[in-house]
Write a protein that binds this ligand. Structure first.
Ligand code: NAD
Ligand code: MN
Length: 354
């Protein structure tokens, strides 16, 4: 089977890291992917006055899956003062109903852990991605020239579907535990989030349920990451906590993500376009390569195509083996360039495939 992958290289380090992921997928024998390279992002906006052309939106809708690098430039802004990238990415999530922001936090060989006492870390944060504090994105309100508002929106339907996603995910994992991270002690919207999570979880008696308040949780996650398994949380909390959690396993260069819905999904690193290191071939492509591996798994689940499942396993083993052999980029204390690291993983894929 052949699959069309809508591919957004984006801005900053985006093109560099996407090229390495495409290189690695291209090394898998028998995997038939057609990469449809699409325009969108801050650079595109600077030239054309819109975040993406209509043709990109159409292609996202019809593709089998979406692979993205990263977007945004701090100096390229919309008339309302916000950055361009959200006007594309947040809208992709809303338009395609990509409600589950799945962000695995996992130790790789040689990833410097902040918490060496706790052994390997293996968590998955599920960030609600269509509402919460991002619901008014693109709207927001100027109330007076001195007062602005963005409103937190929590719905039963939105909370139910992301809770179900987290609970189903926990079913596939050994620890079978979900922690709902909220601020139910203060906000009505988040007390409701917890209530709907609990109601949904009542249908999953085999899953252990736990609650945490986001402020103290931020400390506990750093001190005792081994206490947690699957986490589910509101959009903004998830955005912040996933970058915090990435620091536990070596930083953003190792933080993959999937924006997953019932019909569509987009895979991209959890990090941004890193303008401070862009264009120098020094970025860490692991997060993007592992996001591409998640894409293969998602496609495999949807289609039942074993080739995809095998390819996903192969890519994961190649990343683990490459890192175990001591190959790493600068952010992890190594000296490999982005492209040389990609070469090493692609080589490992070819070797392991034999
Ligand atoms: P960032 O994630 O781009 O960078 C934070 C820090 O981590 C920087 O020091 C960067 O060099 C480093 N870093 C990130 N990814 C790395 C990698 N793969 N390898 C090595 N180092 C890496 O966050 P920021 O600096 O806050 O934002 C920069 C731009 O990215 C902004 O324009 C922002 O809007 C945008 N952004 C985009 C996305 C997205 O595309 N989904 C997400 C977050 C931020
Ligand atoms: Mn973020």
């Amino acid at each position: 089977m052949s699959y069309t992958i809508a591919t957004l290289r984006g801005d900053g380090i985006g093109p560099e890291i996407v090229d390495e992921a495409v290189k690695v997928l291209g090394a898998v024998p028998g995997l038939d992917l057609e990469f449809d390279f699409l325009e969108a992002g801050a650079d595109y906006y600077a030239e054309h006055g819109e975040p993406a052309p209509e043709s990109t939106w159409k292609a996202l809708n019809s593709a089998d899956a979406i692979l993205m690098g990263s977007m945004g430039h701090p100096d390229i802004r919309m008339p309302d003062g916000t950055e361009v990238q959200g006007h594309f990415i947040v809208n992709v999530r809303k338009r395609l109903n990509l409600y589950a922001g799945v962000r695995p936090i996992k130790s790789y060989p040689g990833s410097p852990s902040l918490s060496p006492d706790h052994g390997p870390i293996d968590l998955v944060l599920v960030r609600e991605s269509t509402e919460g504090l991002f619901a008014s994105f693109g709207g927001g309100a100027e109330i007076t020239g001195e007062v602005y508002a963005d409103t937190m929106i929590v719905t039963r339907a939105g909370t139910e579907r992301v809770s179900r996603y987290a609970l189903e995910l926990a079913r596939t994992r050994a620890a079978r535990k979900v922690t709902c991270v909220d601020k139910a002690n203060i906000f009505r919207s988040l007390a409701f989030f917890r209530q709907v999570f609990d109601e949904t979880a009542a249908n999953y008696p085999e899953i252990r349920i736990d609650h945490a308040l986001v402020d103290s949780f931020s400390m506990l996650l750093v001190q005792h990451p081994e206490r947690y398994d699957v986490l589910v949380t509101e959009n903004m909390f998830g955005d912040i906590l996933s970058d915090l959690a990435a620091a536990l396993v070596g930083g953003l260069g190792l933080a993959p993500s999937g924006d997953i819905g019932d019909e569509h999904a987009m895979f991209q690193p959890a990090h941004g376009s890193a303008p401070d290191i862009a264009g120098r071939d020094v970025a860490n492509p692991v997060a993007t390569i592992v996001s591409a591996r998640m894409m293969l798994e998602w496609l495999a689940r949807r289609t039942g195509d074993e080739t995809l499942r095998d390819a996903a396993e192969l890519v994961e083993r190649a990343v683990v083996e490459t890192m175990a052999a001591g190959s790493r980029t600068r952010d992890l204390g190594g000296d490999l360039s982005c492209s040389a690291f990609g070469d090493a993983v692609a080589e490992a894929v070819r070797r392991l495939a034999q």
